[in-house]
Write a protein that binds this ligand. Structure first.
Ligand code: ADP
Length: 552
């Protein structure tokens, strides 16, 4: 067979020519803004010419500090296709973490949305490697002045002006090595310092194909991409949409349930992708305000465990299938997708047992379960161990730039064993390859020598009709070592008590697993990508900042 490299430019060329009349829709305060894929292709060429003009060459990194919109998609395509490396920065991290990641990534050029230019200007003084700032959308003079102020900034450019007049075609290099870096992402730091991963052209290409196939994405799909383009490679959606010829609906900064419901209704969205908290809020909104979501057939949910009660409510009340998927930044990110076997009748117990698992290992991802003593455990659906994975879109190492401490280097090395990535996730595998996670290794509650799954507790509590959200963490306990603390958000006006919640759990969980400690809170703290932030809950508890009721 002929050997042509698997490059992002092939995805770009295919999507923007053969599917040139498909579109990317960006939500704005005035409603939808549309660009055809053909236009995206022309603007990608213009952006690449402009970046060359700013001195981007070789495998230089180009950062983005942007929402999900057409220009971010354009950068996702143009930067890797020209041979450079795209680094989408997580706009929601704490300033110190953004600075760490941006500096570690080493970009010399950054593209910033106008609505984020103010906050970014505050960071720029501490990012001495950045020489050019490209601002997407108009900004006032004061912001431009603030962006221009640091001595290391050579130029501040308006995106539209910079690319206008540039040629609308670009000779994308065809001699790139498919194994070279095309983009990079940092973990969201849920359990520790963010670590950087570099995806190759090949890994992104293969991941897009498998993801599109497994999720069943088609050219008549209209995909609402709520997962940020900076979170875990946007779950592959920019590339898989181009590969499938599906239309993209990008919410920009309008991420609340009301505008998302409006997008689904007016843009006739057929499928979407986001973390559980996003869809949970959408569900509440649909219950109270309503919207026509009849075009939507599936919402992919990952990043943390999808609450079964939420999955059932979407299916039963709105006809929307929640497709549960599991992955990691390190895995591009998709590892498993929970599509129940064809023999299962929809709605049957067997169906739900499969649908609520993390999912079946996708084609291309190998898994093995490792016990605490290093032994390999059987795929019997019962043996519980740490999952290790390998495959063509799973990283073999973390990014390093020589500034890491010995401790950090050792921590990174410890994530790999014999060519496999240690996921830090604990669970079982069934004979037909379905992963069922018990917990993150760091979140499992070790109570008197037994393990309690914080996720099982959360799911059971969230099945209570008066509960909006619940997060469970292990807290120190004199007698048992650790015991669960449940922090619960109730529906407005609810007067349910912790005793009643515990009674509700009694026939779902073993008695010794039921939490004694309960805190009713206004909101579960979230990480930068919308996961429950258990670090914050643990430290609030340690600092005595939670109003905890202890049941006898
Ligand atoms: P971070 O580790 O900083 O949160 P990632 O977003 O890459 O960064 O998170 C990957 C982790 O998220 C996985 O190792 C797993 O613990 C968790 N995760 C992802 N998807 C799921 C899921 N469907 N169910 C449970 N946990 C999940």
């Amino acid at each position: 067979m002929q050997r042509t490299p698997l490059l992002i430019s092939s995805i770009l060329r295919f999507g923007t020519t053969l599917h040139g009349d498909q579109e990317v829709v960006t939500w704005t305060a005035e409603g939808p803004r549309r660009a055809s894929y053909a236009e995206v292709g022309r603007q990608a060429a213009q952006l690449a010419h402009a970046l060359r003009g700013l001195g981007v060459s070789g495998d230089d990194r180009v950062a983005t500090f942007m929402w999900n919109n057409a220009e971010h998609l354009t950068a996702y395509l143009a930067v890797p296709s020209m041979g450079a490396v795209l680094h989408a920065l997580n706009i929601r991290l704490f300033p110190e973490q953004i600075l760490y990641i941006a500096d570690h990534g080493g970009s010399s050029v950054v593209i910033v949305d106008n609505t984020l230019a103010g906050p970014f200007a505050g960071l720029l003084a501490h990012l001495p490697k950045i020489r050019h700032v490209i601002v997407n959308g108009p900004v006032d003079e004061a912001t431009t002045a603030a962006l221009s102020a640091p001595a290391h900034v050579v130029g501040v450019h308006d995106y539209a002006t910079l690319i206008s007049g540039q040629p609308t075609e670009y000779a994308w290099p065809e001699d790139l090595d498919e194994d070279c870096a095309s983009s990079m992402c940092y973990t969201s730091g849920t359990t520790g310092n963010p670590k950087g991963v570099s995806y190759s052209h090949r890994s992104n290409y293969l991941h897009a194909l498998t993801a599109a196939m497994t999720l069943g994405i088609r050219q008549d799909d209209r995909l609402l991409v709520v997962v940020p383009l900076f979170h875990a490679n946007a779950w592959g959606f920019p590339y898989l949409a181009m590969a499938a010829g599906a239309t993209l609906v990008m919410p920009d900064r309008f991420l609340q349930a009301a505008p998302l419901a409006q997008m689904i209704e007016t843009e006739k969205v057929s499928a979407g992708a986001g973390v559980p908290t996003v869809w949970n809020e959408l569900l509440r909104h649909l219950e109270t305000a309503g919207a026509d979501v009849s075009t939507c057939r599936q919402l992919v949910v990952g990043g943390s465990a999808a609450p079964p009660a939420m999955m059932r409510a979407f299916q039963e009340h709105h006809g929307i299938t929640i497709v549960h998927a599991w992955g990691m930044t390190e895995m591009s990110p998709i590892g498993t997708v929970a599509i129940p076997p064809a023999r299962c009748d929809e709605g049957s117990d067997e169906y739900w047992s499969y649908a609520t698992a993390q999912g079946r290992l996708v084609m291309g991802v190998e898994g093995r379960l490792v016990g605490p003593d290093g032994s390999k455990l059987p795929w019997d659906g019962e043996s519980v161990g740490e999952l290790e994975v390998r495959g063509p879109w799973i990283t073999a190492s973390y990014n390093r730039n020589g500034t890491e401490s010995d401790g950090e280097v050792a921590e990174m090395a410890a994530k790999f064993s014999d060519g496999w990535l240690r996921t830090g996730d604990v669970g079982s595998l069934s004979a037909d390859g379905f992963l069922r996670l018990t917990d993150r290794a760091k979140d499992v509650i070790k109570s008197g020598g037994e393990w309690i799954s914080s996720v099982d507790l959360e799911n059971a509590i969230m099945a209570h009709p008066e509960v909006v959200e619940a997060s469970v963490v292990g807290v120190p306990d004199d007698r048992w070592g650790e015991r669960p603390l449940a922090s619960v958000v109730l529906r407005a006006g609810s007067s349910v008590t912790p005793e009643q919640l515990r009674d509700f759990l009694a026939d779902r969980l073993a008695r010794w697993q039921l939490p004694e400690r309960w805190a009713i809170i206004d909101e579960v703290p979230k990480t930068s990508v919308g996961k429950f932030d258990k670090k914050v809950l643990r430290s609030r508890y340690a600092d005595g900042d939670l109003d905890v009721q202890t049941l006898s």
